[in-house]
Design a protein. Structure first.
Lengths: 81, 135
């Protein structure tokens, strides 16, 4: 069941929340609710470490990176960019 | 322009720096969520995203394979025009992707060439990040 509570927030916090709401097209309440929920997760010790994480980063693919840069240069030259 | 860290779907990674992007190739376009990954050497595009853009696997040049958990995956180069529909002030840019034959990976925005096109500043303590097109 939802409950309504009143909070006194610093102006700086309100401005940041208003900016976030405007940038993401959400309501001020939705932004504040997300921040509160996020804070409660972060405050739970090692909560994120209990989950299984996948490491995607293709580290060390320097040859691949060089090939992509060459490919992009070629595309840009051929399209006159 | 500043963006919030976000969660996406059932991704166990929690809140991460992600961007909503529109990728265009010819007449085709798709909306994707890209993960900003400073540890990634290259941008990575999953198989289905490239196909949805109308790209033909065999028509794209083969490039050296990636390292890490994608080491066994064949890779092709694919260049696409990218816009961010929440940031109209950022003009479209050409990003080049390592198009992998796998869907077990999100769209990754890495050093070549996302981070060479954009200056990015992370504010992890505030769960936000800023992006500016390079000068």
């Amino acid at each position: 069941m939802n409950q309504a509570i009143s909070l006194q927030l610093p102006e700086q916090t309100i401005h940041r929340a208003q900016d976030a709401a405007a940038q993401t097209g959400r309501s001020l309440e939705a932004v504040l609710l997300e921040w509160i929920e996020r804070g409660s997760i972060l405050n739970e010790p090692f909560a994120e470490l209990k989950q299984q994480h996948t490491l995607y980063s293709p580290l060390g693919g320097e040859d691949t990176a060089q090939a992509l840069r060459d490919f992009l240069s070629l595309k840009q030259e051929s399209s006159g960019l | 322009m500043r963006f919030e860290y976000s969660s996406f779907g059932e991704d166990a990674g929690g809140v991460l720096p992600r961007l909503l992007l529109t990728l265009r190739s010819g007449e085709m376009s798709i909306d994707v969520v890209g993960l900003l990954d400073t540890g990634a050497t290259v941008n990575v595009l999953p198989r289905s995203a490239g196909r949805a853009l109308g790209a033909l696997w065999n028509a794209q040049p083969v490039i050296p394979k990636l390292a890490g958990n994608l080491a066994s995956t064949e890779v092709r180069a694919l260049s696409v025009l990218v816009t961010h529909f929440q940031a109209k002030s950022i003009p479209p840019v050409h990003l080049v992707f390592a198009w992998v034959e796998s869907d077990d990976i999100p769209v990754i925005l890495g050093q070549t060439n996302f981070f060479s096109m954009f200056d990015v500043c992370f504010y992890r303590s505030q769960n936000s990040f800023e992006i500016h097109l390079r000068q």
